[in-house]
Structure formats: structure tokens, C-alpha cells
Design a protein around this ligand. Structure first.
Ligand SMILES: Nc1ncnc2c1ncn2[C@@H]1O[C@H](COP(=O)(O)OP(=O)(O)OP(=O)(O)O)[C@@H](O)[C@H]1O
Length: 217
């Protein structure tokens, strides 16, 4: 697939297939097209050429509404700064995908509480995002991305706002939780130590995605 912004080709060549539960990392220099590729895979931006298939569906064949439902129900997202909603508590933030899918509040908060517990955040669940640390916010964002057991989580520099020790810990927890529930992860990162924890590693250079290595499992 490829992606143009106007006349400039941000993604020139990318061929990537993800199996259930697979963790794929994409590294590469700034501006090489990593985020753009992620947005295409997640159905946020339409591709300019080629196609993106999820299960047997070509994302290009879906209406905007069908795409938003797919993103809401089957995908999860984690960004660099967590992007939590400041007016909601930690548990309400984590429960959001379940609430959006129509689950009742008590049930959604109970499920969110379990996931938060697995990330060591149970005690903080009534706090607001402004009352927790950067690492804790990223864990809440991880809980929110995984709470509805999505098929795929798209993570764009998910620990980019943390120091390297904090980043390693949050990332290890994120990947362990994703693996335990069979959720595939596409992880964009600058950090090759982070990428080393993935099953499959790709590099993106000047819009071209290349498979770099696959761990034997
Ligand atoms: N909305 C946009 N309109 C036009 N050009 C864009 C847009 N978004 C990104 N670009 C350009 O596309 C190229 C790829 O950007 P992209 O954000 O995908 O790179 P990246 O590898 O994720 O970079 P970084 O690591 O710095 O986040 C860059 O040259 C960027 O300037």
C-alpha cells in the first residue's frame, strides 16, 4: 500500500501482515512515515494505492460509520502522552471503550478495575489523570486500549513521554497483557530496545517498510 499527502508520497511501499496475537514493531527515523502507516492500518487515513485488509474485509470498502465502529470495537489505540480525558477518573477512562460499546456502567467499571489491577493501578482508580504520574497515565492508556479485548492495538510511541527505565517497565506490562489476551500489537517506536521485545521487527526508511527480523517462537 502507499499513502500520499497531496503530491508527496509519505508511504511508498509497505507490505505487512499481522497474525492473531503477533507483536510487530516499526522503527525508523523521524519523518520516515511510521505514523502515517499506522493511521492507514488502523483505518484512520484511507490509502492512496493498494489495500488494507482486516480479517477478510478491505477497509476501503467500508463507510465512515462502519470504519468508526470497527475502530471502536475491534481496535485499541495508545499514543505518546496517553491522551486521557481529564474530566474522567482513571477507572472511567479505562472503561471508556466498554461504555462506548453500550455496556452498563457498573459492569464496565468492574472490568476496567480488573485490567487496572493487572497493571498495578487499582488503588488509583478514583483519581483524575492530573493526580497520577506520567508512567501511571500511560498504564491507564494501556488499560483503556486493551479493556475491550480488541483484535489489534495500534501504539504510536506509547512510552515516548517516559524515561527509559519507566518506558521499559510500562512496555513490558503492556506487551504481557496483550499477549495474555491474544491481542495483536503494531508498535511504532524510536527505541530499538523496545523493538527487540516484539515478535516481528520492521524498519521504515523514507517511506519504505522493510522486514528486519522475526523471533522464532
Ligand atoms: N497531514 C499531513 N499532511 C502533509 N504531510 C504530512 C502530514 N502528516 C505527515 N506528513 C509528512 O509525511 C511524512 C511522514 O510523516 P510521519 O508522521 O508518518 O513520520 P514518522 O516516521 O511517524 O515521524 P516521527 O517519528 O517524527 O513521528 C513527513 O515528511 C511528514 O512531514
Amino acid at each position: 500500500m502507499d499513502l500520499r499527502y497531496g503530491s508527496s508520497l509519505a508511504v511508498k511501499e509497505a507490505d505487512i501482515a499481522l497474525r492473531r496475537g503477533e507483536i510487530a514493531a516499526i522503527t525508523g527515523p523521524s519523518g520516515s512515515g511510521k505514523s502515517s502507516l499506522l493511521y492507514c492500518l488502523a483505518g484512520v487515513l484511507p490509502v492512496s494505492g493498494g489495500e488494507v485488509l482486516f480479517e477478510r474485509t478491505n477497509l476501503g470498502d467500508l463507510s465512515d460509520e462502519e470504519l468508526s465502529l470497527l475502530r471502536r470495537d475491534r481496535f485499541g489505540f495508545v499514543f505518546q502522552y496517553g491522551e486521557l480525558l481529564p474530566e474522567l477518573t482513571v477507572e472511567e477512562n479505562a472503561a471508556l471503550p466498554l461504555r462506548l460499546a453500550g455496556q452498563r456502567k457498573a459492569q464496565a467499571l468492574a472490568t476496567a478495575g480488573e485490567v487496572l489491577g493487572r497493571l498495578g493501578l487499582r488503588e488509583l482508580r478514583k483519581r483524575r489523570p492530573s493526580q497520577v504520574s506520567g508512567g501511571q497515565s500511560q498504564r491507564v492508556a494501556v488499560a483503556r486500549a486493551l479493556v475491550h479485548r480488541p483484535a489489534v492495538v495500534f501504539a504510536d510511541e506509547p512510552t515516548g513521554s517516559l524515561d527509559s527505565v519507566g518506558a521499559q517497565v510500562v512496555l513490558a506490562e503492556f506487551l504481557a497483557l496483550a499477549r495474555s489476551q491474544g491481542t495483536a500489537v503494531v508498535l511504532v517506536t524510536h527505541d530499538t530496545n523496545v523493538a527487540a521485545q516484539a515478535d516481528t521487527r520492521y524498519t521504515m526508511i523514507d517511506g519504505v517498510l522493510t522486514l528486519q527480523g522475526r523471533s522464532v517462537s
